[in-house]
Write a protein that binds this ligand. Structure first.
Ligand SMILES: NC(=O)c1ccc[n+]([C@@H]2O[C@H](COP(=O)([O-])OP(=O)(O)OC[C@H]3O[C@@H](n4cnc5c(N)ncnc54)[C@H](O)[C@@H]3O)[C@@H](O)[C@H]2O)c1
Ligand SMILES: [Fe+2]
Length: 383
């Protein structure tokens, strides 16, 4: 079987990367940007870091700042109207996964108007046209939405999040600058960083994983586990590492899929607005435990990448437990609570959450096939 790899056309990495935006806009002959972002990022002057450069270069833009975390269908619809009214011919998405995902949805609908209801984009939508060109500038180090072919929308009416997978939505340019992330508070750094670790681990053990994505995911696990504690303390090396590590994870998982940590996390955000990274972080060690018999020697490499010593001398049981323990320790060190009951999940909802998780698009990628009853069991243990 042949494997497929889709990435950005161009990406920039490291401190100062945003300086390249002006050149990219000019060389692509773009004329006017719709900046897709959220109000907090405008308020904290994070957006200004980019608009100052556009202003200096005399490049026109308008700002659409109505994105909210876990963006809903109506935000996409509003963005589409705003794009049409603006006369823009490209977007600059500035933000975490929510603004970047919103820009993808907006850009897809502009060029594929038959999907204007948004809901019909769920899963693998048969779009024919590439989305409006996006320059994606992440301000969190987690989702890697700047390089993935996925976006996640919330259907508020049905209290569910749905994943859209579409090769036409990948941003043309990613600008991954740790300076855009330096204003993140500790809790957000921890949560989004654990999302990135979850991508790397689920992408490494997912069914469609192959040699090239294994290399990316292992490298991502290594960089993230050495950088996240520092990033939470706002140490520049930690920020730089997380900016890169989360992107490398995205290069991998976007092309092979994830697993039931994400399936189980999505309903928590839909029900309780739980931040995506927190939901993943709490669930990750429990799902690793559930999956461990179906992962061959991979947990040995996870443990090694996370800095565990002596993994070659360990039995299978020992290295599997060591990998799970290393994840637990990192999660604890960055302040993530260990139980779902501590993040607002209600016990009586667990059966309904299990059904939604089973139906999530990420479930098919899990190394162990599972039933709703098994997912419920994992939720109960994690509760
Ligand atoms: N496209 C993908 O492949 C993919 C992968 C995983 C998750 N997601 C989705 O992405 C969304 C989550 O994205 P996220 O975790 O990056 O957070 P987010 O974009 O939802 O932002 C969360 C909050 O953090 C604030 N924030 C962001 N950057 C900041 C900064 N530099 N300084 C201060 N505050 C900042 C925002 O203003 C917002 O209030 C979810 O909807 C999730 O399902 C998408
Ligand atoms: Fe994620």
């Amino acid at each position: 079987m042949a494997n497929r790899l889709i990435l950005n056309e161009t990406s920039y990495h490291g401190k100062g990367a945003i300086q390249h935006i002006v050149h990219e806009v000019k060389s692509r002959s773009f004329t006017k940007a719709l900046i897709v972002t959220d109000k907090d990022l405008v308020r904290y002057q994070v957006v200004a870091k980019v608009t100052n450069l556009l202003d200096e270069a005399g490049l026109p833009y308008e700002i659409f700042d109505e994105v909210k975390a876990n963006p809903a269908v109506d935000v996409i619809k509003k963005g589409v109207e705003r794009f049409k009214a603006s006369g823009a011919d490209y977007m600059i998405a500035i933000g975490g996964g929510s603004p970047i995902d919103s820009a993808k949805g907006i850009g897809i609908i502009i060029n594929n108007p038959e999907f204007g209801d948004v809901l019909s984009l769920e899963g693998v939508a048969p779009t024919h046209q590439k989305c409006v060109p996006i320059i994606a500038v992440p301000t969190t180090a987690g989702t890697a939405a700047e390089v993935t072919i996925n976006y996640v929308i919330t259907d508020e009416e049905k209290k569910r999040k749905f994943v859209c997978v579409d090769v036409h939505d990948v941003p043309a340019v990613a600008v991954v600058d740790p300076d855009m992330m330096s204003s993140m508070p500790k809790g957000l750094t921890a949560a989004t960083g654990m999302d990135a670790l979850t991508h790397a681990i689920e992408g490494y053990i997912t069914k469609a994983a192959w040699e090239l994505t294994d290399a990316l995911h292992l490298k991502a696990i290594e960089i993230i586990s050495r950088s996240l504690r520092g990033a939470v303390e706002n140490d520049p090396a930690g920020r730089e590492g997380m900016a890169l590590g989360q992107y490398v994870a995205g290069m991998g998982f976007s092309n092979v899929g994830l697993g039931v940590v994400h399936s189980m996390a999505h309903p928590l955000s839909a029900y309780y607005d739980t931040p995506h990274g927190i939901a993943n972080a709490v669930l990750l060690p429990y799902v690793m435990e559930f999956n461990k018999e179906y992962t061959g020697e991979k947990y040995r490499e996870i443990a090694r990448a996370m800095g565990v010593k002596g993994v070659d001398e360990m039995t299978q049981e020992e290295y599997r437990n060591a990998a799970i323990q290393a994840v637990r320790q990192l999660s604890t060190d960055v302040g993530i609570p260990p139980k779902l009951s501590q993040i607002g999940v209600k016990e009586e909802d667990l059966p309904a959450l299990s059904i939604d998780a089973l139906n999530d698009v990420c479930t098919g990628g899990n190394p162990r096939d599972c039933t709703a009853e098994e997912i419920l069991e994992v939720y109960k243990i994690a509760f």
